[in-house]
Design a protein around this ligand. Structure first.
Ligand code: AMP
Length: 541
C-alpha cells in the first residue's frame, strides 16, 4: 500500500483553503435588494461557519436535504458551504420550474429547510403549505427587507440567523463518498429526477474542470458564472473559483445585456460562463450601443449547442475566445471542451475554427463512446453517428431514491445525445436522440441545420423540427425568429443551405415566429415547438 495521508475530499476544504490562502480575494454580488455587495473569501468562510451553526440549531442533521430557491449571490455561496460542509445535502431548486414541479421536487427530496431570495417570496407563498417536510422557510435578507406579514408560517430571516450564530465551527470529517448536493434534471418529459453528487465527485470535478483545457480557472481570473447556481451548481464554478483563488462576480437576477455588460466592465471580468441564449442578449446590447469589452477574454458556452456564428462574433468583433463545452446535470456537469492541441496551431484559421465548433475532447476522468442500435461501439471516423455513452467518477450511477431504476448500460451512462467522434477524439453532438428527424429511414441531425440558419444575418434564433410527411415519415421544418427589423424570405433562407449540406437535408419549409419557448435551463423547448407545428402542412414535394 502507498504511504500517503488519508484525507477525505470534502467540499468544506475548498472554502477553508480559499480563506487561508486567498482570504483577501473578492466576491462581488448584485443583490436582489438592488445594490452591489462586496466582501472576501475570508468573510464568506466566516459567515458559512455561522450559518452551519444556525442550521444545526434548527435541527438539520447529516444527510438531511436543505433547499434553496436563489440567484447567484454571496448568500447562496455561503449556503453551498454551510449546508454541504456540515454534512447536510445542498438542494438547489430551479425557481423557473412550474410551481407544481417545485412542490414535487421539494417533497421528493424531503427538504427540511428552504432558503429563498426575496424575489421569490410570492412563489414561496404559493407553494409553502404543500411542501410537507419543510420546517422553516428562510428569506435571504435582513430584517428590514422582511415582509410585515406573510402567509408563510415559520418564516425566518437569514441575517438574523447569522447574527445569532457563533463563527466557531469545526467542519466535520466524514466519508468523502457522502452526498453533498442534489440537483434535479429539468424533466421535459415525466417527473424530474435527482442527481445526487458526493463530496468526492464534487472535489474531483472542481480540480478537473479548472484545468487549462477545461474551464481554465486561475487566481489571475475574475470569474462570472452567468449560468445559475441552481443549474448544475453553475457548472462547478462556486467550487473551482475558491479552489483556485479567482475573484468571483455573481450577477444575481439581472441577466439582461445592459446589466451584465456593466458588471463585466465595473469588476474587470476576464472569464464568464453561460448558455447561448444569455449571450444573445449581451451581444445585441453591445451591437446596438457600439460597445467593446475592456477585460473580458474568454467564455465557456454550453448547455445547448453554441451556434458557430455566435463564436465568430465573440472572437472577431469582441476579441473574446469561446470554449465550447458539453455536459449534463448527470455529469456534474462537465464532460468535454473544445480546445486546440499543439499540432493544430499551424492549421489555417478555418480548420482551427471547425475544431473549436465541436463539443470537443473529454477532460481526464471522463470516458466516452458512441454505439449503434445494437449497443455495439461505432467507429471514431467523424462521420458515423450513434448514441453517446459516458463514464467517470463525477457521473451518476443512478438517480436519487432509485427513480428510473437501473440507468447504466454495462457500466456506461446513456446521455440521450447523438454524436460523432473524430479519429483524434473530438466529439460533435448532432442532436438529442428525441429531436433527430427521421426521413425516409435516414437520420437528419437538427443542430447543423440550426447552425447554418443562425449564420444568416437576418436570423436571431432558429430551430429545426421534424414534421409528419406522407412519403418520408418526417421532413425538416425550420422555425425562425428574425432579427429586429430584418426582412428575409423563406426562399432566401432555403437557398442559404445550397452547397452547405446534403441536398436532402435541406428544410422543406420555413415558419417565422416572434419568439421561441425557452425552458427553465435556457434551452429551446423543442417538444413545445413540435406541438405548435404538429399539423403544419409542408409544401408538396
Ligand atoms: P442539462 O442536464 O439541463 O444540463 O442538459 C444536458 C443536455 O444539454 C445534454 O445532454 C445535451 O443534450 C445538451 N447540451 C449541453 N451542452 C451542449 C452543447 N455544447 N451542445 C449541444 N448540446 C448540449
Amino acid at each position: 500500500m502507498g504511504q500517503m495521508m488519508s484525507q477525505p475530499l470534502l467540499v468544506s476544504s475548498i472554502i477553508r483553503h480559499a480563506d487561508r490562502y486567498f482570504g483577501g480575494n473578492e466576491i462581488v454580488s448584485r443583490r436582489a435588494e438592488g445594490d452591489i455587495h462586496r466582501y472576501t473569501y475570508r468573510d464568506c468562510h466566516e459567515r458559512a461557519r455561522q450559518m452551519a451553526n444556525a442550521i444545526e440549531a434548527l435541527g438539520v442533521k447529516i444527510g438531511d436535504r436543505v433547499a434553496t430557491l436563489a440567484w447567484n449571490g454571496y448568500r447562496h455561496l455561503e449556503l453551498y458551504y454551510a449546508i454541504s460542509g456540515s454534512g447536510a445535502v445542498m438542494h438547489t431548486i430551479n425557481p423557473r420550474l412550474h410551481p407544481e414541479q417545485i412542490v414535487y421536487i421539494a417533497n421528493h427530496a424531503e427538504d427540511q429547510l428552504l432558503f429563498f431570495d426575496l424575489t421569490f417570496l410570492p412563489l414561496v407563498e404559493a407553494v409553502a403549505s404543500q411542501c410537507k417536510t419543510v420546517k422553516g422557510f428562510v428569506m435571504m435578507c435582513d430584517r428590514e427587507h422582511m415582509p410585515q406579514a406573510s402567509m408563510v408560517t415559520n418564516l425566518l430571516c437569514y441575517e438574523e440567523l447569522i447574527a445569532a450564530a457563533s463563527d466557531r465551527y469545526e467542519w466535520p470529517l466524514f466519508d468523502e463518498n457522502s452526498a453533498s448536493s442534489l440537483c434535479y434534471t429539468s424533466g421535459t418529459t415525466g417527473n424530474p429526477k435527482g442527481a445526487l453528487y458526493s463530496h468526492r465527485s464534487t472535489v474531483l470535478h472542481s480540480y478537473a474542470s479548472a484545468m487549462r483545457d477545461g474551464l481554465d480557472v486561475s487566481a489571475r481570473d475574475v470569474v462570472m458564472p452567468v449560468v445559475p447556481m441552481f443549474h448544475v451548481n453553475a457548472w462547478g464554478l462556486p467550487y473551482s473559483a475558491p479552489m483556485t483563488g479567482a475573484k468571483l462576480v455573481l450577477p444575481g437576477a439581472a441577466l439582461d445585456g445592459k446589466s451584465l455588460y456593466e458588471l463585466f466592465e465595473q469588476e474587470g471580468v476576464t472569464f464568464a460562463a453561460g448558455v447561448p441564449i444569455i449571450w444573445l442578449g449581451l451581444l445585441t446590447h453591445l451591437g446596438q450601443n457600439n460597445l467593446q469589452f475592456s477585460t473580458f477574454k474568454r467564455t465557456v458556452i454550453g448547455g445547448a449547442a453554441c451556434p458557430p456564428a455566435m463564436m465568430k462574433t465573440f472572437r472577431h468583433q469582441y476579441g473574446v475566445d469561446v470554449v465550447h463545452g458539453w455536459g449534463m446535470t448527470e455529469m456534474s456537469p462537465l464532460g468535454t471542451t473544445a480546445t486546440l492541441q499543439n499540432h493544430h496551431l499551424s492549421l489555417p484559421d478555418a480548420e482551427q475554427e471547425a475544431i473549436l465548433e465541436k463539443q470537443g475532447n473529454v477532460i481526464f476522468g471522463v470516458d466516452m463512446k458512441i454505439v449503434g442500435n445494437d449497443g455495439k461501439e461505432l467507429p471514431w471516423d467523424g462521420r458515423t453517428f450513434g448514441d453517446l455513452l459516458v463514464k467517470g467518477p463525477w457521473i451518476v450511477s443512478g438517480y436519487f431514491k432509485d427513480e428510473g431504476g437501473d440507468v447504466l448500460e454495462d457500466g456506461w451512462f446513456p446521455t440521450g445525445d447523438v454524436a460523432t467522434i473524430s479519429p483524434d477524439g473530438y466529439m460533435r453532438i448532432t442532436d438529442r436522440s428525441k429531436d433527430v428527424i427521421k426521413s425516409g429511414g435516414e437520420w437528419i441531425g437538427t443542430i447543423e441545420l440550426e447552425n447554418i440558419a443562425m449564420a444568416h444575418p437576418a436570423v436571431a434564433q432558429a430551430v429545426c423540427i421534424g414534421v409528419a410527411h406522407p412519403k418520408w415519415d418526417e421532413r425538416p421544418l425550420l422555425v425562425v425568429v428574425p432579427k429586429p427589423g430584418a426582412d428575409v424570405s423563406k426562399e432566401e433562407l432555403i437557398r442559404f443551405y445550397n452547397g452547405k449540406i446534403a441536398k436532402w437535408w435541406t428544410p422543406d419549409d420555413v415558419a417565422f415566429v416572434e419568439s421561441l419557448p425557452i425552458g427553465a435551463t435556457g434551452k429551446v423547448l423543442k417538444n413545445r415547438v413540435r406541438e405548435q407545428f404538429r399539423s403544419f402542412n409542408l409544401p408538396a414535394a
